[in-house]
Design a protein around this ligand. Sequence first.
Ligand code: GLN
Length: 508
Amino acid sequence: MNASELISLDAAELARRIHAREVSSVDVTRAHLERIEAVDGPAESGVHAFLHLDAEGALAAAEAADRAIAEGAPASPLAGVPIALKDNLTTTDMPTTAASRILEGWRPPYDATVVSRLRAAGLVPLGKTNLDEFAMGSSTENSAFGPSRNPWDLTRIPGGSGGGSSSAVAAGESPLALGSDTGGSIRQPGAVTGTVGVKPTYGTVSRYGLIAFSSSLDQIGPCARSVLDAALLHEVIGGADPRDQTSVSAPLPPVVEAAQAGARGDLAGVRVGVVTEFSGEGYQPGVLGAFTDAVRVLGELGAEVVEVSCPSFGYALPAYYLIAPSEASSNLARFDAMRYGLRVGDDGEHAADEVMSLTREAGFGAEVKRRIMIGTHALSAGSYDALYGKAQKARTLIVRDFTAAFETCDVLISPTTPTTAFPIGERADDPLAMYLADLCTIPSNLAGNAALSVPCGLSADDGLPVGLQIMAPALADDRAYRVAAAYEVARGDTGPRIPELRALETTR
Ligand code: GLN
């Protein structure tokens, strides 16, 4: 089997072949490392999905997986399959930067729980992927190390903050990746790169070792090219963890079973609610067209499709941009030059508080500083009630909208994003335009329920991928998987899974 074939296979199929010993994990890993070598650099014109590669470590992990398989004991259904890790997950054998100068070169002393679980399951970590600094952004342009590029059009953004993970999966550099989703950073990159991205129910995947952005919203989840692959990865990383105080003790919903059942079956009896607030002005016609087609397909599968109104969803964006910066301003206080990474002005001339502020001035980028200032203001004595307190009230109203909607619907759907991938640079100087990219994804972070994005074809106006968002109640992630898997089969082939990469000069 040649390398270009290997990089186009789904994780489930790769695992099947590796476990049947038709191909070795080492060969599969090599094929992906070669693909990365061919398309990831240079940063100015390549995909630039990776901030750090660990070829040696990956090959050693692949060899270990091959040995276990030869002994008849693969560690898990995904043993031997390569994976890429968002660089806000701690790893003992690779640097962890959160794409910030303030953490440049930092080597964490411990692995994130999800990373330990991947290793125990025999997956093969290839390296660390690019993100917006501290996961703040929707395009990866806020990375201190330069943006990643969308494999569908290298002049466009791959989404954010997890644009490195989504572009790695879309470009065939890795069949799987992990991301983190605070306001949409797994689902929005999935949508704009034509890949699957899942935000599990809050608390069902451990956040231990995830560099905290907004702790009441952050959730780690899978990125993949198929719904089943995402489910397989979800089961490897999910489940209770005593090291995370917000970890939920309830058993993980049976997402693999649901993905398999969905792919085999129809959707008879499933009640699907179309959120009426997520359409109209500001939505790209091609996105709405693809979404309307998806609604039709769900109806043909036997789902009962109705419209539902969630009137408070309109408050989600402003509420999020008070709550997330507030929590971030507190979480980022730990980067004080005394414990991690960068230290500026430690020359005997400056007092400790001066070293702290010089370091934070030099180490944080503009968006991170903006959020710290907004958050500090929203939490200050004079503004707390009017800003942070109000935002928390809006959050409650959003939770109530979900509760009411899920009384009559099994899942809710919307476009994942209002537009397809925008050109790099287009919104870089306009934070408010950038924030709009997460209009549809934020409500599920505020409410903590499950949501995913599954590819729903290409937009008729620009030929770029569109995502269908499927939202399910907390701890009913399996419902979203079932609907997504049924839809994925019914949607049929919408073109190449891995787009042909054209050099920047020709796409410009
Ligand atoms: N784009 C949103 C933000 O900038 C969401 C980020 C995320 O989910 N990490 O905050």
